[in-house]
Design a binder for this molecule. Structure first.
Ligand SMILES: [Zn+2]
Length: 246
């Protein structure tokens, strides 16, 4: 009887030991950082922790704009679209939001040499930020944890040129023009020649759109806490260069 009991205990021990060692190893997500690994055990699925993890992949605006060097040198970084599609089907984590004009010559992904899933793009004529555009920006900044926001105007912008000429018959185009009017007023007051006035209006329009974006409480808070950097710039159609707007 005693022997049978001993055999039973041994069998149970062996069973429990073998099932312990048979546990599959815990797979670490591809995007998980070393920094966040130890915290995860303590704060599983903690929202704040998730935000920290996202920000641990920070990339500066200067680094983002370095992609423009490749574009101007007529080279592109290696893109493995098969691999990118596979990884990104699980979710997106764009490091930068770009607000640009809808102009067919100003494609943020191309002029900044980005692949899939790297930048969250909002495009409207004249890079005008209305309530829908601002909602899109808020979504990317708050929920996708993008760390940079680039407002990109461009030289010879048709929308700004139209705003300098006055309103049209279309109420829809006029809604764009009215948004740009404060920049036009600022530029005309400088009493410069036609080209200079257009360039001044393009730059001032970038500053005005940034002011509009900063009206968002979500954006203001993320900026104040250092989670979001905002920069204005102009893309030059002839050279491909991107210059900062102060
Ligand atoms: Zn434009």
């Amino acid at each position: 009887m005693k022997r049978n009991l001993l055999l039973l205990v041994s069998a149970l021990f062996l069973f429990s030991s073998s099932s312990f060692y048979a546990q599959p190893p815990i797979k670490k997500p591809l995007t998980q950082s070393v920094k966040s690994e130890s915290k995860e055990a303590k704060h599983d699925k903690d929202e704040h922790h998730d935000a920290e993890e996202e920000h641990s992949h920070a990339i500066s605006i200067d680094e983002v704009l370095k992609g423009n060097d490749n574009f101007r040198a007529n080279v592109r970084k290696n893109q493995d679209f098969d691999k990118q599609r596979e990884e990104l089907s699980k979710g997106q984590k764009p490091h930068t939001i770009v607000v640009a004009c809808s102009d067919s010559r100003v494609c943020p992904e191309i002029v900044l040499d980005n692949g899939l899933g790297e930048i969250f793009v909002v495009r409207t004529a004249g890079n005008v930020v209305d309530s829908v555009a601002l909602g899109s920006i808020e979504y990317a900044a708050e929920h996708l944890h993008s760390q940079n926001l680039v407002i990109m105007g461009h030289t010879s912008c048709g929308a700004v040129t139209a705003a300098l000429s006055g309103e049209t018959e279309s109420p829809y185009i006029n809604s764009i023009i009215r948004n740009i009017q404060p920049a036009v007023k600022f530029a005309k007051n400088k009493k410069a020649d036609k080209n200079k006035t257009l360039n001044l209006a393009i730059e001032e329009n970038v500053r005005n759109q940034i002011k509009m974006i900063k009206k968002s409480k979500i954006i203001a808070e993320l900026t104040k806490e250092g989670h979001l950097n905002i920069v204005g710039c102009v893309y030059h159609l002839d050279t491909g260069e991107i210059t900062y707007v102060k």
